[in-house]
Write a protein that binds this ligand. Structure first.
Ligand code: NAP
Length: 307
């Protein structure tokens, strides 16, 4: 594959940045990839495992000559980082991010950036419950969506270049406006995470079921909640605080549906339950047909993992 940028700077060296580094290296998409992380510990780990061609101790130095700067930090600190780097950006550079929320990031980052850079927010819809510099791997973005959220007057060349990078890293790329992005993600990711956190919390509170039983019998559905609920607390705190409106709207609808199902169970309305579950089953089929998950029973886990 051909080189897309001469020099890329990754700010924040966790799961997403480290996966981007390995994916760019896999296909030779950047001449040089440099990085910065807040703590000396993360910077040392990055140096030790060969993450980045050069790791800087100073964020301004890291972005100085970069053609692309990608903010890979929690959503709540994107604005602070943008303010720190704004005076050191190269004219004509592209600034992007990978934050899970877009309207809040645009509002907090945009005002700090000089007029002579292109700001193209992005969000790869790929992740795991692991975090930190050692969590990344080159295949994370393969066949996953990456949504670009450019403002209306953004240079089409700059967008095409960023699109080429994400496609080179294995993603399918689509453009979306920020408000719609935040609503779609509230449905597909943010509310489900909150529900998983709640379910695991409920199991933890339920004194009549011992911890041992929760772990031993977890294959019966609960295990998948525990995986999601193990996700990084800082990242998810920031996601809910910054995608407040859309998440609250979806949770309001969720609560209404939950009450309706609760009533159906109490009144013995089997037709309601059956129709509801028939409708939801069709959605699962759609996800498999779109190639976003496996149709194998129990997510393709072996029999020993099964129920
Ligand atoms: P992560 O593994 O926890 O890494 C976060 C990185 O940000 C760490 O290197 C951390 O540095 C650094 N950082 C934190 N606060 C900072 C600050 N104030 N200044 C500078 N650096 C700071 O996180 P991640 O999973 O890669 O997530 C990064 C971004 O990607 C988030 O905005 C998240 O919403 C988005 N995202 C995540 C996923 C996912 O599933 N994980 C998927 C798509 C998008 P230290 O290590 O030194 O603390």
């Amino acid at each position: 594959m051909t080189k897309v940028y001469d020099r890329v700077a990754l700010i924040g060296l966790g799961l997403i940045a480290s996966s981007m580094f390995w994916a760019m290296k896999r296909s030779g998409l950047a001449g040089e990839v440099v990085g910065f992380a807040r703590s000396a510990e993360t910077r040392d780990t990055a140096r030790k495992i060969g993450l980045c061609d050069h790791v800087y101790d100073d964020v301004k130095e890291a972005v100085k000559d970069a053609d692309l700067v990608v903010l890979c930090v929690p959503v709540g600190v994107m604005g602070t980082v943008a303010a720190e780097i704004a005076g050191s950006l190269k004219a004509g550079a592209t600034v992007s991010d990978v934050g899970s929320v877009k309207q809040d990031v645009i509002q907090s980052v945009g005002p700090h950036l000089p007029d002579n850079v292109h700001f193209i927010p992005a969000h790869p819809l790929a992740g795991t419950e692991h975090s930190g510099p050692e969590a990344g791997f080159a295949e994370l973005f393969d066949n996953r969506w990456c949504l670009l959220v450019p403002a209306e007057n953004t240079s089409t060349d700059a967008i095409a270049q960023l699109r080429a990078l994400w496609e080179g890293m294995g993603s399918n790329v689509e453009e979306m406006d920020a408000e719609h992005h935040d609503l779609v993600l509230a449905v597909t990711s943010h509310a489900p995470h909150l529900i998983a956190y709640t379910m695991v919390g409920v199991a933890d509170d339920l004194g009549r079921v011992t911890d041992g039983e929760v772990i031993k019998y977890s294959a019966a559905g609960f295990r998948d909640f525990t995986r999601i609920a193990a996700s990084d607390p800082t990242m998810w705190r920031d996601v809910f605080l910054s995608n407040k409106e859309a998440t609250l709207e979806i949770l309001g609808r969720f609560t209404e549906e939950l009450f309706a199902l609760q009533r159906a169970i109490r009144t013995g309305d089997g037709d309601h339950l059956f129709d509801y579950f028939t409708r939801t089953r069709a959605i699962r089929r759609g996800i498999i047909e779109a190639g976003q998950d496996t149709a194998a029973p129990n997510f393709g886990r072996g029999a020993k993992d099964g129920e």
